[in-house]
Design a protein around this ligand. Structure first.
Ligand SMILES: [Fe+2]
Ligand SMILES: [Fe+2]
Length: 357
């Protein structure tokens, strides 16, 4: 038992013979063991064990109601990683008999009549081993908790960096502040609808805000141009996907890997006419296909310096028309099915009245 830093060892002794209990009590008590629990009815062992948490159990084998093997079986079912060593008290010393006891979970045995020195030495050794075992177990728990906390802190700070990076790209683009919020939530919704598990959906929620991070590398004169792009300007504008891919390269966390995948592929098109890789169909990563749909829908239905907001109906029509051309047809179907929830996301993340309703 733990009292401050000092350990007081608690010993549970189970024997149906009161004379044996008395004798063991005397032998151990004279050696300074003060915390002794004596039980003559084996049916009380489990309740006593659970409330008193002894450091060692001395257990008779032949007892009424439950024999020592059955008591060990009961103790085993508790699945306690700190189950203390069990020492069998026995008058028999046959090999088979002892093997059976060891197989049932006993760590050692003491033959009756008890030899005082033998008893004390065996109890001392096993108690030391148990205390060391518990110490290691406690330290392991403390370490695991520390690691968990550190991992959570790292996850949180990585998320912060990622979200701020997404915001940095937004500032440059003069897109509305809510665009990345909406498109990332729509992306997560579509991912869920496509059968992704919860962890993957959270990943796309956090990775998709960086889809346009590469716009950091596009000159203002092009990025902020109100009118239409000249062909050469358009070529430069298109490089934002590859720039984003490069910016997010070299980190092997799942989050950064997905962010890179989306930055690189969110302008690829199902029919192979997109950029930068002219990938087609399922060779476009699914995260990129999802982000493309969410991104385009939100951009269409939002006001931009160069255009008015489209109505939801017009945007949905355009998406349907482009199923199998720009967009993954299976995702377009899911998009239509989820339209009500998608509209709700738009309403939830619209502080400004910049979009169609
Ligand atoms: Fe983009
Ligand atoms: Fe976007």
């Amino acid at each position: 038992m733990n009292i401050g830093s000092k350990e007081i060892e608690r010993i549970l002794i189970v024997d149906d013979e009161p004379a044996n209990l008395k004798l063991l009590d005397k032998m151990l008590g004279s050696q300074g063991y003060q915390d002794l629990l004596l039980i003559s009815d084996p049916r009380e062992v489990i309740a006593c064990y659970q409330s008193a948490r002894p450091d060692i159990i001395l257990l008779d084998i032949n007892m009424p109601y439950l024999d020592g093997y059955q008591v060990m079986e009961q103790l085993k079912t508790l699945n306690d990683p700190l189950l203390p060593p069990i020492v069998i008290l026995t008058a028999q010393s046959g090999k088979d008999y002892l093997l059976r006891a060891l197989a049932a979970g006993a760590r050692d045995f003491i033959t009756k009549p008890f030899d005082r020195n033998e008893l004390l030495m065996r109890v001392r050794n096993l108690l030391d081993a148990q205390l060391a075992h518990r110490l290691i177990h406690d330290q392991k728990n403390v370490l695991e908790k520390m690691i968990q906390k550190r991992t959570e802190e790292l996850r949180h700070s990585r998320l912060q960096v990622v979200q701020r990076l997404g915001m940095a790209a937004e500032y440059r683009d003069e897109e509305t502040g809510d665009h990345i919020l909406r498109m990332s939530h729509i992306s997560a919704l579509l991912a869920k609808s496509a059968g992704w598990d919860e962890a993957q959906c959270e990943l796309i929620l956090n990775a998709s805000p960086m889809h346009d991070i590469g716009k950091i590398g596009i000159p203002d004169a092009i990025l902020l141009k109100p009118g239409k792009f000249e062909p050469n300007e358009w070529e430069i504008m298109k490089t934002h996907a590859a720039i984003g891919g490069k910016l997010l390269d070299g980190d092997d966390s799942d989050l950064m890997k997905m962010a890179r995948e989306i930055a690189l592929s969110h302008h690829e098109k199902w029919d192979g006419s997109g950029y930068p890789g002219r990938l087609a169909g399922e060779s476009i990563p699914q995260a990129g296909r999802i982000a493309a749909l969410a991104d385009v829908f939100d951009a269409l239905t939002s006001v931009r310096p160069y255009k008015k907001a489209w109505t939801i109906e017009a945007a949905v029509d355009m998406i349907k028309e482009n199923s199998g051309k720009h967009f993954d047809p299976a995702l377009v179907e899911l998009f239509i099915q989820e339209l009500d929830s998608i509209i709700k996301i738009r309403e939830r993340f619209s502080e400004s009245k910049d979009h169609a309703t």
